[in-house]
Design a protein around this ligand. Structure first.
Ligand SMILES: [Zn+2]
Ligand SMILES: [Zn+2]
Length: 593
C-alpha cells in the first residue's frame, strides 16, 4: 500500500497552572525536571519529556476506546515484559502511535508490521511568556527534631518557572490512521481539561498544565499549489489550513464508541478542591523569599520580588500540604488499627502488639532505622532478603496503606497535591518573637527572630488522585471531615495558636466514562452538559450534595476500616511497636469514643 503523504500537525499553547522545575541539563529527559535551557539560553520543554507524558496518559486511555489493536500494551505488565522475547514487537494501539520500545529491525519490511519508531514528531516546546524564573530553596526539615535533616540528602536549590508560564506545543504526524488520531485526540482532550502533568515532581504539586488554543492543521499536498506553498513556506504550518473543531469531533467519536470489552480499573480519577480558611496568623517558611525580603520567615511566594517591588502573591506549597494531610491520615489509621488489634486480642486471636505489627497501616516516612517502630516501607524492604527479587515490581502487599496512597520512593504516588493559591489580597502581619520548635512548641534555644505572617488567609487547595479505590476515598473522607472540623494545623507555631484552618467550599469531581464506572448512582450530580473539555465525563458534588451522598461516603469509610485489617495479605512484619510494647498502653488505655 502506498502511504498517503500529507502534512498534519497539532499546534497549541501549554499553560502551567502550578510552578515548574527547571533542570540543569544533567537530568534524564522526561524523568525529573522537564524544563531546560537550550544552547541559546531559552527555556524549553524537551519534546521527549512531552512525548513521555502523553504516552503515559495514552496507555491508560487506550483500553477504554474501541480501537482496532485491542491488545494491552506489553509495557503495562511486569510479567508480560519478562516473558516477551527481545525481538518481538508489541503491536498495541499506543506502540503503533508512539513507537515500539524496541523496534525490531528484522521485521520492518512491511508497513503494518509495527517495529517502527514514533509516528509523532514532538518539538521542544518554547517558552512564549512567563513571570521570570526564581529559585525555590528546598531544605528538608526533620519532622521530630525540627532541624534541617542530613543536608546532603535533602538540600536542593531549584530554578522554578512560576505558575502561568506558557509554552508552544507542536506535534507533527506521519502515516497516522484513524485509530491513531482518535487516541491522540482523547489524550490531548484530557490535557485540555487541565489534567496534564510534566516532570518528576508532580506528586509535590509541580508541573500541572492545561492545553489551550488547540488547532489541527492540515495540508493535503494533493495539488501542485499545495505542494508549492508547502515547499516555499518558512514554516510548513503556514501553508496548512485549520480543520475546524477537529478535537471536538474526534473526542466525541472516541467517547461514543467505548471498548465494550474493557475490564481494567473503572474509575479514572478523583479531583477535590476546597478552601482552607485560617482564623489567625499563618506562618510558613520559604528561605529564599525570606532572605530577599529580609525576614527570617516568610511564606512561599509566587515569585521572589526584586528590590522596590511589592511581594507577589503567597502560595501554600503542595509538598507542605501533603505532609500535613499524610501525618493526620497516619494518625487516623494507626488509631483504628490499634482498636482492631486490641479487639482481636480480646477475642483470643493473639498478642495485641503482634497483631498490630502484622497489619501496620502506616509507616513513618522519615524513619530509616529498620529496628525502630514504624520504619518507612522503602527502607524496610531494602533490608529484607527478598529485595533483589521484588525491587522492580513492588506490589501492594509490600507497602503500608500510607505509602500506597501518599507515595513511596519505590512506587511513586498517584496522589498529587497542587501548590495552593491565595484567595484575594494578602494581609501581612509582622511578628517578633522567640523561635518556636515546630514539634515541641517550645522556644528554640532562646533564638529570637522576626517573621512576616499572613493574617487570616484563605487558600484554594486542589488535589488529584488517579484510579481511586474505595478504601482510599474512605480514608481521604475522614481526613477531610477533620479539616472541616478544624482539627488540623498548618505551618509553624501550632502551639501558639497559629495555623488553625477550616476546610470550606468543597467540590469533589469524579471522572467517569460509563455510567457504572464508580458502581454508585450519581443521580442528579451527573453532568448535564457533555460539551466540556476532556475525554472523561465529570460528576461533581459539593457540600450541598453532601447529605445526599452520605451513604456513598460512609460505604467508602467502611471499606477503609476493613482494608486496615489487610486480611489475606502477608505484609513484611515490623520488629517493634511503640504502643503495645511500651508503657503507653497502660498510660493511655484504648476506650471507644
Ligand atoms: Zn504496546
Ligand atoms: Zn509505608
Amino acid at each position: 500500500m502506498m502511504t498517503e503523504k500529507k502534512y498534519q500537525a497539532v499546534i497549541a499553547e501549554l499553560i502551567f497552572e502550578t510552578a515548574l522545575h527547571v533542570g540543569t541539563g544533567r537530568d534524564n529527559p522526561g524523568t525529573d525536571a522537564p524544563v531546560r535551557r537550550n544552547n541559546t539560553g531559552d527555556l524549553v520543554i524537551p519534546g521527549t519529556a512531552i512525548a513521555g507524558a502523553l504516552r503515559t496518559l495514552a496507555t491508560r486511555l487506550a483500553p477504554r476506546i474501541d480501537l482496532t489493536a485491542k491488545r494491552k500494551c506489553i509495557e503495562l505488565s511486569y510479567e508480560d515484559k519478562q516473558k516477551r522475547e527481545e525481538d518481538k514487537i508489541c503491536g498495541c494501539a499506543v506502540c503503533h502511535l508512539f513507537g515500539e520500545f524496541y523496534p525490531n529491525k528484522k521485521n520492518t519490511k512491511t508497513e503494518d508490521d509495527g517495529g517502527r519508531a514514533s509516528r509523532l514528531w514532538i518539538y521542544d516546546a518554547k517558552l512564549i511568556s512567563a513571570p521570570r524564573p526564581f529559585v525555590r530553596d528546598g531544605v528538608g526539615i526533620d519532622r521530630r527534631t525540627g532541624v534541617a535533616a542530613s543536608a546532603a540528602r535533602v538540600k536542593f536549590d531549584t530554578e522554578v518557572v512560576p505558575a502561568g508560564a506558557k509554552f508552544e506545543l507542536r506535534v507533527e504526524m506521519e502515516d497516522v490512521n484513524d485509530n491513531d488520531l482518535k487516541l491522540l485526540a482523547a489524550t490531548l482532550a484530557e490535557w485540555q481539561a487541565g489534567r496534564a502533568w510534566l516532570g518528576g515532581n508532580t506528586a509535590r504539586g509541580l508541573g500541572n498544565a492545561k492545553l489551550d488554543k488547540i488547532r489541527f492543521m492540515r495540508n493535503e499536498l494533493d495539488t501542485g499549489k499545495q505542494l508549492l506553498d508547502y515547499l516555499k513556506a518558512d514554516d510548513p504550518k503556514d501553508a496548512a489550513t485549520e480543520v475546524t473543531d477537529w478535537l471536538k469531533h474526534k473526542v466525541a467519536n472516541a467517547r461514543e464508541n467505548p471498548n465494550p470489552g474493557y475490564n481494567g480499573k473503572n474509575r479514572p480519577f478523583l479531583a477535590a478542591s476546597f478552601q482552607l480558611a485560617f482564623d489567625g496568623p499563618f506562618l510558613m517558611h520559604d528561605a529564599t523569599a525570606a532572605t530577599v525580603v529580609g525576614f527570617d520567615h516568610l511564606p512561599l511566594l509566587d515569585a521572589v520580588p526584586g528590590f522596590n517591588e511589592k511581594p507577589r502573591p503567597p502560595l501554600m506549597a503542595g509538598s507542605g500540604l501533603r505532609g500535613v494531610l499524610r501525618s493526620h491520615a497516619e494518625r487516623i489509621a494507626r488509631t483504628i488499627a490499634s482498636f482492631n488489634a486490641y479487639n482481636a486480642y480480646k477475642e483470643g486471636k493473639g498478642e495485641a502488639s503482634k497483631l498490630f505489627l502484622k497489619s501496620c497501616p502506616a509507616c513513618n516516612p522519615l524513619e530509616d532505622d529498620a529496628t525502630k517502630p514504624l520504619t518507612r516501607c522503602d527502607k524496610f524492604l531494602e533490608t529484607s532478603e527478598e529485595f533483589e527479587k521484588i525491587k522492580d515490581h513492588v506490589e501492594d502487599k509490600h507497602l503500608c496503606l500510607g505509602c500506597l496512597l501518599f507515595g513511596s520512593t519505590v512506587r511513586g504516588s498517584r496522589l498529587k497535591m497542587m501548590d495552593a493559591k491565595l484567595e484575594g489580597e494578602p494581609q501581612w502581619k509582622l511578628l517578633d518573637f522567640l523561635a518556636i520548635d515546630r514539634f515541641t512548641g517550645g522556644g528554640l534555644e532562646g533564638a529570637k527572630f522576626d517573621a512576616m505572617a499572613l493574617w487570616r488567609p484563605t487558600f484554594n487547595v486542589k488535589l488529584f488522585l488517579e484510579e481511586p479505590e474505595d478504601w482510599e476515598l474512605g480514608w481521604l473522607a475522614l481526613v477531610l471531615r477533620d479539616m472541616i472540623e478544624q482539627r488540623l494545623t498548618f505551618g509553624f507555631g501550632a502551639a501558639k495558636g497559629f495555623g488553625h484552618a477550616r476546610a470550606q467550599k468543597i467540590e469533589i469531581q469524579c471522572g467517569f466514562l460509563r455510567d457504572d464506572d464508580w458502581g454508585v448512582d450519581f443521580g442528579k450530580i451527573k453532568p448535564k452538559d457533555e460539551n466540556v473539555p476532556g475525554f472523561y465525563r465529570v460528576a461533581k458534588f459539593t457540600e450541598a450534595d453532601w447529605e445526599a451522598q452520605k451513604s456513598i461516603v460512609s460505604k467508602w469509610v467502611e471499606v477503609f476500616r476493613t482494608k486496615l485489617k489487610r486480611e489475606g495479605e502477608t505484609l513484611p512484619t515490623r520488629k517493634q511497636d511503640s504502643y503495645f510494647d511500651g508503657n503507653l498502653e497502660k498510660l493511655y488505655p484504648l476506650t471507644e469514643a
